[in-house]
Design a protein around this ligand. Structure first.
Ligand code: FO1
Length: 260
């Protein structure tokens, strides 16, 4: 039940997963709700892939690959080798163990279950006590408008390795998306003490969450401190394309300009 929650964390993948993992060592995990970006989610070979949710689940379950930053530790790649043999595009790698998550999630989504309910069940089965809540059960897709045209998020991020110059970013479907029930309960929890914005990429991971209209409204109505952890300590990004994107969008590389 997310109405017992005292801390809500808005998060993307790796950076946010590290923050919530640390937080869960000092706060009862049952009192934390991670509201996760789903703008990176996409369909690939008929499977629904939810990278940030899976990074959270695997990290908190102690199953994440610490070097690669995505997917499972001790992974094997037989599925990818077999796909390549059959001439399929191999720019997005699905590990054999990770594949189980995508197959089962896709089957359950196709049978009409919500992403929230599937995520809760999978995380509990892997021993995760924290609430991991997709920002929405509606599909929202991050679109990257570049000097090479409009790219889907994973095409920009993985296939084109963040190289195209970004002109703007949009979130298809966000206008009609509603927050998941768990997110609404957590942000209205009578025990809520703080909302933390993880040091995830502000434009690619946090903005999609804030683009769901009711989430922004609920945060403003919560009347608790909202604490944003900078992804640019000392003006430099720890990882990923945050600094490059700020340059391309003409935004000064400082914590204050992210807040603004
Ligand atoms: N990132 C890559 O750079 N290359 C991949 O082949 C890749 C596969 C992949 C499969 C499942 C998954 O959950 C994540 C995966 N990622 C991969 C990570 C993902 O593209 C991004 O790191 C996130 O979307 C950004 O948070």
């Amino acid at each position: 039940m997310t109405d017992q929650v005292s801390i809500v964390v808005l998060t993307g993948g790796v950076g946010g997963a590290k923050l919530v993992e640390g937080l869960s060592r000092i706060v009862d995990p049952d009192r934390i709700c991670a509201v996760v970006n789903t703008g990176d989610d996409f369909d690939h070979f008929g499977l629904r892939i939810c990278p940030d949710i899976d990074t959270l689940v695997y990290t908190l379950a102690g199953l994440a690959d610490p070097v690669r930053g995505w997917g499972r530790v001790d992974e094997t790649w037989n599925f990818m080798f077999a796909l390549e043999q059959l001439g399929a595009p191999a720019w997005f790698s699905l590990g054999d163990r990770d594949l189980a998550m995508h197959v089962l999630r896709s089957q359950r989504l196709n049978m009409g279950e919500s992403l929230s309910s599937i995520t809760l069940d999978h995380s509990r089965r892997l021993g995760v006590d924290m609430h991991i809540a997709p920002m929405s059960d509606f599909q929202v897709a991050t679109k990257i408008h570049t000097d090479h045209g409009v790219l889907d998020f994973q095409a920009y991020f993985v296939e084109h390795r963040c190289l195209p110059v970004i002109r703007s970013i949009s979130f298809a479907g966000s206008g009609h998306a509603r927050p998941s029930v768990a997110v609404v309960e957590a942000l209205r929890s009578p025990n809520l003490e703080a909302i933390i914005i993880a040091p995830s990429n502000p434009w690619l991971s946090i903005d999609p969450i804030l683009a769901v209209p009711d989430i922004k409204r609920l945060i403003e109505a919560a009347e608790v401190p909202v604490i944003a952890v900078t992804p640019l300590p000392g003006g430099r990004a720890v990882k990923g394309p945050t600094a490059k994107i700020m340059d391309e969008l003409g935004i000064e590389k400082s914590a204050q300009s992210i807040v603004d």
